[in-house]
Design a protein around this ligand. Structure first.
Ligand code: ADP
Ligand code: ZN
Length: 430
């Protein structure tokens, strides 16, 4: 049931001892790098002054801008010991680069294997990895994890729906890793070939990399006849395998033996309590080549420290609500794209894709939501569509407190990308 029971069910007191030891080691190691050597000296902190986990608050935060400007100066080893690099997909600006030693790759593969094992994947499973194999960590990260676990791992790569379908059929894949928006999109390909994905031996999907709602997960589970588990990670902390759902599907366990988690109020940077949404801040506890201290992810979520029925000791994160830089302020109201996802995905008439455009007209914000309608509903008469459009507008207004202009469009006409889908475009002048 556990990949590594002694770690996964570690007693809270023992976990703290382990974390403190690793934190001190990591700080000493980071201090070898030009960047942290300077930062820590300026702040007047060294590992010697860290006597409790709370003392981490004496260390300055590391930001995405630090990584962009001075990432190479964060290496603690000569380049001869670096065997790989990855870069973030650059969703929010210039990409950041992370360097891995051989040991870092091994530790990362182990965490991904632990995550997959937790959901029930075993040797003998056929694992089709439908993620981009490249600088993006979702491809190779899960690939190494699948092999480490002993699953037959198919490097399918992203996109190419017809080919994905062929591979699923030919090899009888039982487990997939797939971007949630692509999982919905792929359903069209099944329909086109007159096939039902529930007839396949698929039983587990890992969905992550982009924010998605509970409604979207349920949709994917129902359409494919499988269990879908939320997977969270970011390249700055290796990639996938930072936090992952267990069979309870009730929050994502953070692998706290490897990452020290803080959740802070994004403005004051003070810690928040359980259940309160804040920005996730991570410190590597085991990374060798490029350990990051107090990295501000900009991802917003809350944590739950109550025991989990699965028996694992690690705290659980809520679904990621979005990035602090994703939050839209429309007519003075704060809106997270996830709220829109929730409303739309709960309506059976809504297809697999939608696009939100925010613009400014006559000094007033305008939110325009283009919604794809499922093929079987789109053929209905105009009166029906007008009613549907009203219903969607009402539902969005109730959730967002802003009235959007809703436009219904045919299935599969909105632009799609192979990787993370961009669903929000803010066209307002900055
Ligand atoms: P980029 O920052 O360019 O998107 P990454 O590939 O490193 O590059 O992506 C990591 C980010 O993806 C996370 O910081 C988070 O915003 C998002 N993400 C990853 N997994 C999830 C998930 N399960 N739910 C919501 N967002 C996620
Ligand atoms: Zn659990």
């Amino acid at each position: 049931m556990y990949w590594d029971a002694s770690i996964e069910t570690i007693k809270p007191a023992d976990l703290q001892v382990l974390q403190l030891r690793r934190l001190k080691e990591t700080i000493s190691r980071a201090a070898l790098s030009p960047f942290y050597g300077q930062r820590l000296a300026q702040a007047g902190v060294s590992a010697a002054q860290i006597n409790r986990l709370d003392d981490i608050r004496r260390i300055p935060f590391t930001t995405k801008d630090d990584l962009r400007a001075r990432g190479r100066e964060m290496l603690t080893v000569p380049l001869t010991e670096i065997v790989r690099l990855h870069a973030s997909s650059g969703t929010t600006g210039q990409a950041t680069v992370i360097y891995y030693t051989r040991g870092d790759i091994k530790a990362w593969a182990d965490l991904v294997a632990r995550s997959m094992y937790m959901t029930g994947v075993r040797p003998g499973d056929v694992f089709q990895n439908m993620m981009g194999y490249g600088l993006f960590t979702g491809g190779l990260g899960f690939h190494y994890g699948g092999e480490r676990l002993g699953a037959l791992t198919i490097p399918a790569g992203a996109g190419n729906s017809t080919r994905q379908l062929q591979l699923l059929q030919q090899f009888g894949s039982t487990v997939v890793h797939i971007i949630p928006s692509f999982a919905l999109y792929l359903l069209n390909t099944f329909a086109k070939h007159g096939l039902d994905p529930r007839d396949l031996p698929l039983r587990i999907a890992f969905i992550g990399a982009e924010p998605h709602s509970e409604e979207m997960r349920r949709r994917i589970e129902a359409a494919y006849g499988l269990k879908a588990y939320n997977s969270y990670g970011l390249s700055e902390m290796n990639g996938p395998g930072v936090a992952f759902e267990c069979p309870e599907q009730n929050g994502l366990h953070v692998w706290e033996d490897s990452f020290l988690l803080e959740v802070v109020q994004p403005q004051t940077l003070e810690p928040v309590g359980p259940g309160e949404v804040g920005e996730l801040v991570f410190t590597n506890l085991t990374r060798q080549g490029m350990p990051l201290l107090r990295y501000r992810t900009r991802d917003l979520a809350s944590f739950d420290d109550r025991p989990c029925a699965c028996g694992r000791s690690f705290r659980r994160l809520s679904r990621i609500q979005g990035r602090s830089d994703d939050m839209l302020i429309v007519k003075g109201v704060n809106i997270f794209p996830l709220q829109i996802d929730q409303v739309l995905m709960a309506m059976p008439e809504v297809g697999s894709h939608y696009l939100v455009e925010v613009s400014r007209e006559d000094f007033s914000d305008l939110m325009h939501v283009k919604v794809e309608v499922q093929a079987n509903f789109f053929q209905e008469d105009l009166k029906y569509l007008t009613r549907l459009q009203k219903r969607i507008t009402e539902a969005l207004k109730n959730e967002l407190l802003v009235t959007p202009r809703v436009e219904l469009v045919e299935p599969n006409i909105l632009p799609r990308s192979e990787g993370k889908t961009q669903r929000v475009v803010d066209k307002r002048p900055k």
